[in-house]
Design a protein around this ligand. Structure first.
Ligand SMILES: CCCCCC/C=C/C(=O)SCCNC(=O)CCNC(=O)[C@H](O)C(C)(C)COP(=O)(O)OP(=O)(O)OC[C@H]1O[C@@H](n2cnc3c(N)ncnc32)[C@H](O)[C@@H]1OP(=O)(O)O
Length: 364
């Protein structure tokens, strides 16, 4: 929930508790455990009761789910409980309206296709005609899809692209609709949106996998450092042309890339815009594994289906152990990158580069 979002009131919380009792479909054990844990955290605070014995399976699962919330503030737990119930009631409404056989497809996104099947929520960028460039609306849609996926009953979440591109980065026309407040107002709002957007990746609680089906540009590349696993087709390339665009790195890449590939390799990509092939990106640790394009989808989805059956709490906790020590640092890096970009967006270098692209005088 972004800093500007409304906090759920006690009344919202009580309404949500009543709605849970009215759910027509059993939401499954994992969601029920989450509801239990958030309820306990919201009403009693952090778990302080003794851990049940290893053979007391039900109470142990409940204790684990509550305990994993750590020091989450009561108000945040209350808000998360309300959000979770609201996602359950809206998904049961949309699935009751959906066509038979398509009940796992989430409706309502203009440029995403979001599906849940076999324990996997797949978020597919669906703007192939523009090479999956991310418009302002898409940033918001992706944030909503990630927030919903973080609370649904899937065990892993995948981001991929429809068509020949994974993502061509920020939609360069995002900066053409300048509001009444002028360029400064636009830059300020864009920086806030970008910070929230990248924050959703930093805070994503389950294993997050990128299935990079084709070339990736800009923010489609930089955010990869925040994924847990990155699979790429051998047709994918990785390009961060920030220098050409008068821009500076985002997506926490100023921190994750030097850590992943060393400062010298990171500088070549982030300052000079060196484009990597999938195999180069794999050799440098940005990509987990590369597959020939002809077998990419089959191999990757077979593997992901197997992974999705692993114990969900263990996967979630392992991810937290790997990532949590870095979270505070990543949020600080994100804030600083957005502050610097806000200045860049108002620079002549950046405005001219975007104009060049849009007037088709220059292409990268
Ligand atoms: C707002 C706040 C958040 C900001 C976050 C900061 C993020 C920074 C970045 O992501 S920087 C990277 C930005 N992306 C680019 O610079 C890529 C620009 N695109 C290209 O260079 C090329 O289009 C290409 C290499 C991706 C593909 O080339 P090609 O195969 O020749 O196809 P076309 O160029 O004909 O493209 C087809 C169609 O798509 C439109 N399009 C592609 N990418 C973008 C884009 N990033 N923004 C807007 N539109 C894009 C392109 O204009 C064509 O549309 P048209 O047929 O002309 O209508």
């Amino acid at each position: 929930v972004s800093g500007t979002a409304m906090r759920a009131s006690q009344e919202d919380f009580e309404n949500a508790m009543n709605q849970v009792k009215l759910l027509k479909k059993d939401p499954g054990n994992e969601v029920k455990l989450k509801l239990y844990a958030l309820y306990k955290q919201a009403t009693e605070g952090p778990c302080s009761i003794p851990k049940p014995g290893v053979f007391d399976l039900t109470n142990k699962a409940k204790w684990d789910a509550w305990n994993v919330l750590g020091n989450l503030p009561k108000e945040t737990a209350r808000q998360n409980y309300v959000d979770l119930v609201s996602s359950l009631t809206s998904s049961s409404k949309s699935s009751s309206q959906a066509k038979p056989g398509a009940d796992r497809e989430r409706q309502g996104y203009e440029n995403l296709v979001v599906t849940s099947e076999d324990g996997i929520t797949k978020i597919m960028l669906n703007r192939p005609i523009k090479k999956n460039a991310i418009s302002t609306q898409m940033y918001h849609e992706i944030m909503l899809a990630l927030k919903t996926a973080s609370k649904d009953d899937s065990t892993i979440t995948v981001l991929t692209g429809n068509g020949d591109y994974y993502c061509s980065g920020n939609d360069l026309t995002n900066f053409t609709d300048i509001p009444a407040g002028g360029v400064e107002e636009k830059a300020k709002n864009s920086a806030l949106m970008l910070r929230d957007f990248v924050g959703c990746f930093i805070d994503f609680p389950k294993p997050l996998i990128a299935v990079v089906n084709g070339p990736a540009v800009g923010i489609g590349v930089t955010t990869l450092g925040l994924f847990d696993v990155v699979y790429a087709s051998d047709k994918a390339t990785f390009h961060t042309p920030f220098g050409h665009l008068g821009l500076s790195p985002e997506g926490c890449s100023s921190y994750t890339f030097p850590k992943i590939m060393g400062p010298a390799k990171a500088a070549e990509m982030l300052i000079f815009g060196k484009k990597l092939t999938a195999r180069e990106a794999c050799a440098q640790g940005l990509v987990t594994e590369v597959f020939p394009d002809s077998i990419f989808q089959k191999e990757v989805w077979t593997r992901l289906k197997a992974y999705s059956k692993l114990p969900p709490n263990a996967m979630r906790v392992s991810k937290q152990v790997i990532r949590n020590t870095e979270k505070e640092k990543l949020h600080a890096v994100n804030a600083e990158e957005c502050r610097v970009l806000r200045e860049r967006w108002m620079s002549d270098e950046c405005i001219n580069a975007a104009m060049n692209f849009l007037s088709r005088r220059a292409k990268l």
